[in-house]
Design a protein around this ligand. Sequence first.
Ligand SMILES: [Ca+2]
Length: 444
Amino acid sequence: MKSPLLLCLLAVALFSLPVVADERPPNFVIIMADDLGYGDIGCYGSDSIPTPHLDALAESGMKFTDYHSNGAVCSPTRAALMTGRYQQRSGIGGVVTAANHRDTGLAIEETTFADVLAEHDYATGIFGKWHLGYDPKFNPVHNGFGEFIGYVSGNVDFFSHIDQAGYEDWWHQAELTPEEGYTTHLITKHGVRFIEENKARPFCLYLPHEAPHYPYQGPNDSPIREVGRAGAVHGEREDIANAYREMVVEMDKGVGEIVAALEKHGLRENTLVFFCSDNGANQNGDNGGLRGFKGQVWEGGHRVPAIANWPGKIAPGSTTDVTALSMDLFPTMLDAAGIEIDPKLALDGVSLMPALTRQGMIADRTLFWDVGRGVAARKGPWKFVVEKPRPRKGQKTPDPTGELYDLSQDLGEQAPVENPGIAAELKAALEEWQASWADVEQRS
Ligand SMILES: [Ca+2]
């Protein structure tokens, strides 16, 4: 006969089991498309690109209608995502280009979300596009990531992995290591492997895809670039719309494979999957009727698709209209993991967990963009925009004049409205924000 003490201990042990299971910190999978527009996938209204896996992620999770990239081009958004702060604070206000910025990047002294999660015993991996420094001294393995396989420039030939300046660009950690395969497939393959290898511990997997950034190459195309010869920057396909579709479809399949890997290992309930884009589409993509394109301060430049999925935590089929930025993902992950944020990090982003779980509200805030060709401040429905005119030879640059838009009535930014009080408030906030990083040398 078992002793009462033993039974009691057994009961305590059994009772404790779910608590122990709950105490394991959640995993994070951040999947980011490159130049994917607000209307480029099925669940955001595309009728030309089938994306069943992303649509399923939205159907079983939450879709954002007002999510924005911090920048309107690649590097700035990535700097903000990494640091949880406006990218200008780390000096990445513009693109780190393959031709002119080979010895600059995100300083390794910056604290990234990967740094913090690694300190808390997370396995951290990035497979895909870094674009925050070419020199190995800027490699992601020096900024919190335990494992890196991918490329460091803005884009590579999807097959030969040569960048648009003609440099070889496929790395395993900080070593150039050629690998055969279509970029999108390699990113997925390594992501699936990383999940398999780290299934028994908390992990953070960051998958910055190349699709649908140029060169426009589908999975059945051929290499177009060689070392020392960049070839056609945008690729050789004349039917760009078809190539673009093939690229998004292939990435979507990859999303399906990642979710399947999580399911296979019983990790879905303890994993927050977040999908987003790093800026709006160019003229080859679909910004869902928004004004403007990649590189611009108009909504088409930075309002992008975003989907959050976490079974049991995020209501299936839900939608949020909370205004969110790339820099919010850092504090969101820490909040979800129960990691206290060091105030010294001075994050600009806020945790989105109250919006994801619908357990609370996100305090009103004024948000800012400076994309070089234009600046904007946003508060609630109000957006104050100053587009910087490009100086023309022999002409004095005209004073840029700000315009105010009410996005609740005019998402397409077609007709500025008069509201001098709001306009003055946002203009002053914008100038104060710009002054807060004016002393930081911009690395590009
Ligand atoms: Ca991009």
